[in-house]
Write a protein of this length. Structure first.
Length: 345
């Protein structure tokens, strides 16, 4: 295929400026040590038929190879800019943390050049998980002054928290995946964010652990009774003091590690038991819940407002869900049809 006849370029073979024609050909070119099959435009001398240098077609080829390289590696200049902005670091500090030059980062972000080799691997790691920047910072920390370290660590706090939340949510997903979207979790997809915000809802003014567990159970089961779907997708099992979320201590441990809640333990001399008071430590996100879900949680909280841990535990022991199951047996949401709270709300 030919185009642009009449263009003039310098032909080294003819040693003079001659008319050229722009043609296309299928060829293989290497970019960043990788081969790409492309359709390339090039200039050919009309007089002798030899290929001559043409800046425009050469640039077009380079742009084509750059685009194909980005597509192959799913990596673009915008990705690099997004990675850096997610850390909150300036170009100079970001480059220093990664042992790269500031000018290099600038070229990557503008698309003037693309990373390859080790640098590409590093940026891909950060794209996959921004928390990896913390590992690089620990390795290069001594390069920075105390003041710079303070600024950087302040910037990276949100990444540490996001990473901690993700790891805790992943842990709970692992624990609950075998129950997901079945009658054992209310046919909902387990939603740890909803579960923890339910905990925040009930613990805003402080609530004893045993009571909190029952408030969660009644809320999820009431929602299932009305809509055949639970609020949080949490499975519950039979325990001595009534129904509680499966591995409930792990849930509370995750909540404290993420600073969602605070737990204060006190020895109850009269009973010999240790009382655990759960108190919210972060604002609740009410937008996660539907109007009906909020109404149900509010109704459950109001009904049990004057109940202590022992009272609500005894109340739950009257439920078929507890009486017809054994220790650590998963309580089917089918028992939602018989819970005694239904007729009182």
């Amino acid at each position: 295929m030919c185009e642009n006849q009449g263009e003039r370029r310098f032909c080294e073979e003819c040693n003079t400026e001659t008319d050229v024609v722009i043609k296309e050909r299928n060829t293989t070119r290497f970019f960043r040590k990788e081969a790409f099959d492309i359709v390339e435009k090039y200039a050919e001398c009309i007089e002798c038929g030899h290929e001559v240098y043409d800046e425009k077609t050469a640039n077009d080829t380079l742009k084509q190879l750059s685009r194909l390289y980005q597509e192959r590696h799913s990596f673009t200049p915008q990705d690099i800019k997004s990675i850096r902005k997610s850390t909150g670091l300036t170009q100079s500090i970001f480059a220093k943390v990664l042992n790269m030059g500031e000018a290099t980062i600038k070229r990557y972000e503008t698309g003037a050049s693309l990373p390859d080799g080790t640098q590409l691997s590093i940026l891909k790691m950060l794209l996959q998980d921004p928390a990896n920047i913390i590992k690089f910072y620990e390795d290069t920390k001594t390069k920075f002054s105390e003041e710079e370290q303070h600024i950087i660590e302040k910037k990276l706090e949100h990444i540490k928290q996001d990473s901690l939340i993700k790891s805790n949510f992943d842990l709970l997903h692992t624990l609950y995946t075998k129950y997901d979207q079945s009658v054992l979790n209310g046919f909902s997809r387990f939603n740890p964010e909803k579960l923890f915000n339910m905990i925040l809802f009930f613990s805003e003014r402080g609530v004893l652990k045993t009571k909190l567990m029952k408030l969660l159970w009644y809320s999820d089961f009431l929602m299932y009774q009305k809509n055949q779907l639970s609020i949080s997708g949490t499975p519950y099992w039979h325990k001595e003091f009534g129904p509680v979320p499966v591995e409930h201590d792990t849930i509370l441990g995750c909540g404290t590690s993420m600073n969602y809640i605070l737990i204060n333990e006190e020895e109850d001399i009269s009973s010999g038991y240790t009382k655990m008071l759960v108190k919210s430590n972060t604002p609740i996100n009410l937008t996660l819940f539907s109007e009906q879900e909020l109404q149900i949680m509010d109704s459950v909280q109001t009904f049990f407002s004057n109940y202590g841990s022992r009272d609500i535990s005894n109340f739950s022991h009257e439920e078929d869900a507890w009486q017809q199951t054994q220790e650590k047996e998963i309580i089917s949401y089918e028992f939602a049809e018989t819970i005694k709270l239904i007729n009182t709300l």
